[in-house]
Structures are given as structure tokens and as C-alpha cells.
Design a protein around this ligand. Structure first.
Ligand code: ATP
Ligand code: MG
Length: 387
């Protein structure tokens, strides 16, 4: 019924007409059954990648070694992945190799949680081999098969569990949660980037409090860089107002300002992008200065970090006047060094030698203007520069 599935139906029919099986699988099936918006429609098929490429005219090899071929249909790309099993997980992360199989059951068995192991046929029939529909009804995350073994195979699944708990507002079933607590140290085998990506999604979920609480209680937090000694502050963080956070910047700023860790170090160690690190550093510094942030602190934070601080501070202090903060920023006489009525060129023309002193002078003038001690007017600034 969902338009995204509807548009992809001809693909399933074409694969079936060629004599193979094809199903919708994964998160889009789960989210559609929950009535949530869906992202990418994933298709699983008994056809091997080479066979998929013979069925469709336009395909792209996006991940052929994992069995994934992208089929282009009316400008939309659909990932079609061959049924596969993943064998001999030697190192608690990623399989040594994938084996293509013809059986849907084998493919569904290797998936992480029962609600992620549902398959839907083109006629709408749901294939539910592990009780995923019942778990979906009960809003429950249950590992497919033996939880302990599954987390041993791939330790990232433990972070996925707490991420889904927060994202979907599901509870983690008791045995699955016990297996996470038991296997949490295996998280050390997983790349920081993948852990951080799941953790960010946990922070952005609708049930952040539940997700963070399980992250604490299972001991997963001990294996995330810089969080091992932060149990008390993480507990405080879990108790903040539950309203969903709008973006990664505000999520990390809220977290960083609750911890004893420097925001820059926290995010650098988690191998985050420089743009995010910068933003969160500025926003955290400003939040640390509230409610009495000076005009210069507002100026130095810049518009994005001010906006983030205005989002974050009400979580920490519910009666904080966020609009007042934004208004104070808007009211600054200038918002960038470029807004200054004179430039470095003007100072040179007026006789100043290029060099460190010039930069210092401009910064000094900027500070004076921001603080309202000098009017942003060229003759006044030039006079002050040589005073
Ligand atoms: P979302 O797209 O919202 O992140 P998703 O469930 O689609 O959620 P993906 O990472 O896109 O997550 O994976 C698609 C499907 O592949 C999952 O639903 C699950 O069946 C399977 N899967 C993904 N990662 C793993 C894993 N580490 N272990 C086992 N199965 C996995
Ligand atoms: Mg997905």
C-alpha cells in the first residue's frame, strides 16, 4: 500500500517472472508495518547478482561482493541483495565471507532482530519465521535465535539494539538484554565510527531516556571512548526532559555539557567530522557561559552555535529564555569580523605594517564594537586603531 513499495512492485514481479524469489525486507518493512515513514526499500532475492543484471537493463554494481546490485527504475535506485548467509565471524565483527544461498530462511536467520527479519512478497504476504509480527505488536526487540551467539558474531548488534530501543521506543526482551550485558566488552572490537553512528541515532531517538538507560545498565558505555568514567553524568543525562532532539549538533552539545569531558576531545576520539566537532565545541562553550554569556561570547559562538545553544539549554534549565538568547545575538552590533566598518586593507592604507599586530588590532576593534564600547564607524575605528 505504501507508495514506495507500490512503485517497486514491478521489480519484484520481473524477478519472479524470471523464475526467482524476491521480497521486501529489512527496516522499510518494519517501519511501514509500524506506520512510520520509510527510507530505502530493500529487496532480497534468490537470484544471484549476475542473474539480477540479466533481468534488468540498468543496474549499478554498488556492493556486488556482498551480493547487492542497484536496479535503476524510472530514476529511482533499488538495492537488490542476493539471499546470503554470513559465516565464520572470527573477530566479533563482520563475517569473513558471505555465501549466496537460494533460501529465504537462511537469509532471514542471519538478521539481527525478529522485527528486522520479516519479508513481504509482492502479493502482500508477510513471511514471519521468528515471531517478528508478534514482537512488533508488543514493541519488543528480540534477537533472532540465540542472543549470546548473535552478539558474538557481530558485536555492533548490541549498539543497534539500544539504538532501535530509542529510535522505535521498543523494549529489549530480557534474554536479549542479558546477552548484551554479558557481551558488552566485545564492543571493543568494533570500529569507533560504527559505534558512534549508532550512538548518535540513539541520542536522536524518541525514547532517548530508555536507550541511554540500557546503554548504562548493560555496561555498553564502558567501551565507548571517554564515557567509561561518566556513569553518574550519563545517568543525569538520561533524566533530562525526554523531548526528541532535532539534530546531531544539539544532541552532542547536550551530552557534552553534561559530562566532565571536553567536547572537542569527545568527538575527535569518536572520529566525527570536523564541521560537527567545531559546531559542538562552540555551542558547548556558549552553553557553559549561560545564562550570563557576554556579547563577545555570543559573537565568538556564531549563529549556528547560538541556535544550537538555544535548543539545548532548555533541556538543562526548563525555564531558560531561549528566544531571549536569540534576540541578544540578533541585537549584536556586528555578527562577523567582515561586518567591521574597516578592513585590514584600510589599516595598511592608513600606514600600518602587515603582520601580527594588524591582526591583533582588528580583533581588538572587533571586541570593542561587539561590546558596544566603540561605534562601528570607519573614522572612529581608524582613530582607535592608531591611538
Ligand atoms: P535503518 O535503515 O532505520 O537504520 P534498518 O533495520 O533498515 O534500519 P540497516 O542497517 O539499513 O537497518 O539494515 C537493513 C537490514 O539488514 C536490517 O533490518 C537487518 O535485517 C539487517 N542487518 C543490518 N545490520 C545487521 C547486523 N549488524 N546484523 C544482522 N543483521 C543486520
Ligand atoms: Mg535501512
Amino acid at each position: 500500500r505504501h507508495p514506495d513499495f507500490y512503485n517497486a512492485l514491478p521489480l519484484l514481479r520481473q524477478i519472479e517472472a524470471a523464475g526467482f524469489e524476491a521480497y521486501f525486507v529489512g527496516g522499510s518493512v518494519r517501519d511501514a508495518l509500524l506506520g512510520l515513514p520509510i527510507h530505502d526499500v530493500d529487496i532480497a532475492s534468490s537470484a544471484y547478482p549476475e542473474e539480477i543484471k540479466q533481468i534488468f537493463r540498468k543496474t549499478v554494481d554498488t556492493g556486488i561482493q556482498h551480493g547487492t546490485v542497484m536496479v535503476l527504475d524510472h530514476g529511482t535506485g533499488y538495492e537488490v541483495t542476493t539471499f546470503r548467509t554470513e559465516s565464520t565471524y572470527q573477530d566479533f565483527r563482520r563475517p569473513d565471507h558471505v555465501t549466496f544461498v537460494r533460501s529465504l530462511e537462511e537469509d532471514l536467520k542471519r538478521r539481527d532482530f525478529t522485527v528486522n527479519a520479516l519479508a513481504v512478497k509482492q502479493d502482500g504476504t508477510v513471511v514471519d519465521l521468528f515471531g517478528g509480527l508478534e514482537d512488533l505488536q508488543a514493541r519488543r526487540l528480540v534477537a533472532v535465535g540465540n542472543a549470546h551467539d548473535r552478539f558474538h558474531e557481530d558485536a555492533l548488534r548490541m549498539m543497534r539494539a539500544v539504538r532501535f530501543e530509542s529510535q522505535l521506543d521498543f523494549a529489549i526482551e530480557a534474554q536479549t538484554e542479558a546477552a548484551i550485558a554479558e557481551n558488552a566488552p566485545l564492543l571493543e572490537k568494533i570500529s569507533i565510527e560504527r559505534i558512534a553512528s549508532e550512538f548518535t541515532r540513539l541520542l536522536l531517538g524518541i525514547a532517548r531516556k530508555a536507550g541511554v538507560t540500557t546503554f548504562l545498565e548493560t555496561g555498553l558505555f564502558k567501551y565507548v571512548p571517554n564515557l567509561a568514567n561518566e556513569a553518574a553524568d550519563l545517568r543525569h543525562f538520561a533524566g533530562l526532559p525526554e523531548a526528541q532532539l532535532p539534530d546531531a549538533e544539539s544532541a552532542w552539545t547536550l551530552l557534552a555539557t553534561c559530562l566532565q569531558v571536553d567536547a572537542g576531545k569527545l568527538l575527535r576520539d569518536l572520529k566525527q567530522a570536523n564541521a560537527l566537532i567545531n559546531h559542538v565545541q562552540h555551542a558547548s562553550a556558549l552553553v557553559g557561559a549561560l545564562p550570563d554569556a557576554s556579547p563577545l561570547q555570543l559573537f565568538d559562538a556564531g549563529p549556528e552555535a547560538v541556535a544550537t545553544a538555544a535548543v539545548v539549554q532548555p533541556y538543562r534549565h526548563p525555564d531558560f529564555d531561549a528566544d531571549g538568547l536569540l534576540a541578544r545575538y540578533q541585537a549584536l552590533p556586528i555578527h562577523s569580523a567582515k561586518d567591521l566598518a574597516i578592513s585590514g586593507q584600510d589599516l595598511i592604507k592608513a600606514g600600518m605594517t602587515p603582520g601580527p599586530l594588524l591582526g591583533k588590532t582588528l580583533r581588538h576593534l572587533t571586541e570593542q564594537v561587539v561590546a558596544g564600547r566603540l561605534e562601528n564607524e570607519a573614522t572612529i575605528l581608524l582613530h582607535a586603531a592608531f591611538a
